[in-house]
Ligand binder design. Structure first.
Ligand SMILES: NC(=O)c1ccc[n+]([C@@H]2O[C@H](COP(=O)([O-])OP(=O)(O)OC[C@H]3O[C@@H](n4cnc5c(N)ncnc54)[C@H](O)[C@@H]3O)[C@@H](O)[C@H]2O)c1
Length: 319
């Protein structure tokens, strides 16, 4: 009888750095470009009665022999109940035998891999001399979003804006101690954006949290929060005036209100999408150039982020 490994969030946290998580997610997108991936579309149960959703995300990186299935629930109302908004579990099967190798609490892993995709995109799209970050949403994703920006650029200062003053204050204290840089709680979204070279959104807001007019001329914006067709964090003008990169067309077409709403409004067409992330990491399409002003990266998340990072954790544990 084979034994199954159980890993807690703490085990994951002890075995992952942001730098290696970014490298792993980038490598997964290169494998995706080579078509070394089996990844059925994400299947989501909308639990409208309780204002939540539960998604099933299986994937298999064939050359790396990395297979995993994630079950992730997003319940924005959980905050009021003292529970996390995003909760996830991963089951890893051995591709050779189908036996279950590991069962992981993937709440922290999800935050790391979501941070990591922002890090990969920022590597190609953020101004090289970016020094100031603005983050909207002082939750768990917000924390790893900022860690990722700091892993790919020499960031000196972060401004955080959240609807809840106590949340942005706590974030500023914790993240400034963790990163060893100034993290300042901003009183408004506009104030947070004023000097920002990189603007990150990781909120549970269904409506735009930022305005085009608040942005500097040269800025990279990365939006990972909204993932329903009628929810968005970015306003139409920000998306319409940007060089736009997405994680993967399949999920974006179904879920990304940030893109679908400007299309519905007639402000952009699908031709406005400059590239998918796999085209940037394989250099089939260029990232930021000297001429670019606003770049936008939109991610709803894809399953190979999870299988590749789960595989990294198991490798580091010698499994
Ligand atoms: N793209 C992906 O791969 C991916 C993965 C995981 C989670 N998510 C999404 O990320 C978002 C954040 O998740 P989390 O687990 O950090 O949630 P969280 O509840 O811990 O944090 C979200 C924060 O956003 C704040 N917020 C809400 N509306 C706001 C507004 N208008 N302006 C400023 N702040 C606002 C809330 O007060 C809260 O503190 C969720 O929408 C979730 O669906 C995306």
């Amino acid at each position: 009888m084979k034994t199954m490994l159980f890993l807690s969030d703490r085990d994951i946290e002890n075995n992952l750095t942001m730098k290696e998580t970014i490298e792993t997610v980038e490598m997964a997108f290169k494998e995706y470009a080579k078509r070394n991936v089996v990844m059925p579309p994400r299947s989501t149960i909308m639990v409208e009665k309780h204002n939540g959703s539960i998604s099933f995300m299986p994937s298999y990186l064939t050359d790396l022999e990395a297979q995993a299935t994630k079950i992730i629930s997003i319940y924005p109302g959980n905050r009021e109940k003292g529970l996390p908004t995003t909760v996830a579990w991963i089951i890893v099967n051995d591709p050779e035998t189908g036996m279950v190798k590991a069962f992981m609490d993937a709440t922290y892993l999800t935050a790391m891999r979501t941070g990591a995709i922002t890090g990969v995109a920022a590597k190609y799209l953020a101004p090289k001399d970016a020094k100031v970050v603005a983050i909207f949403g002082a939750g768990i994703q917000g924390r790893t979003q900022v860690m990722a920006a700091c892993a790919v650029r020499d960031i000196e200062k972060v401004f955080v804006y959240d609807l809840y003053p106590e949340a942005r204050k706590k974030f500023a204290e914790e993240m400034s101690a963790k990163l060893g840089i100034q993290v300042i709680a901003a009183e408004s979204g506009e104030e947070a954006c004023r000097d920002a070279d990189i603007v990150l959104t990781a909120t549970t807001s269904p409506k735009p949290v930022l305005k085009r007019d608040w942005l500097k001329e040269r800025v990279h914006v990365s939006a990972i929060g909204a993932f329903y067709p009628d929810w968005r964090e970015l306003d139409t003008a920000t998306v319409a005036e940007s060089k736009l990169v997405i994680d993967d067309m399949e999920g974006i077409e179904l879920e990304a209100g940030d893109i679908l709403i400007p299309i519905e409004e007639g402000a952009i067409t699908w031709d406005h999408v400059h590239a998918e992330l796999k085209e940037l990491v394989t250099r089939q399409k260029e990232g930021r150039t000297k001429e670019d002003t606003i770049t936008v990266f939109k991610s709803v998340g894809i399953a190979i982020q999870d299988s590749s990072v789960a595989n990294l954790v198991l490798k580091k544990l010698g499994i």
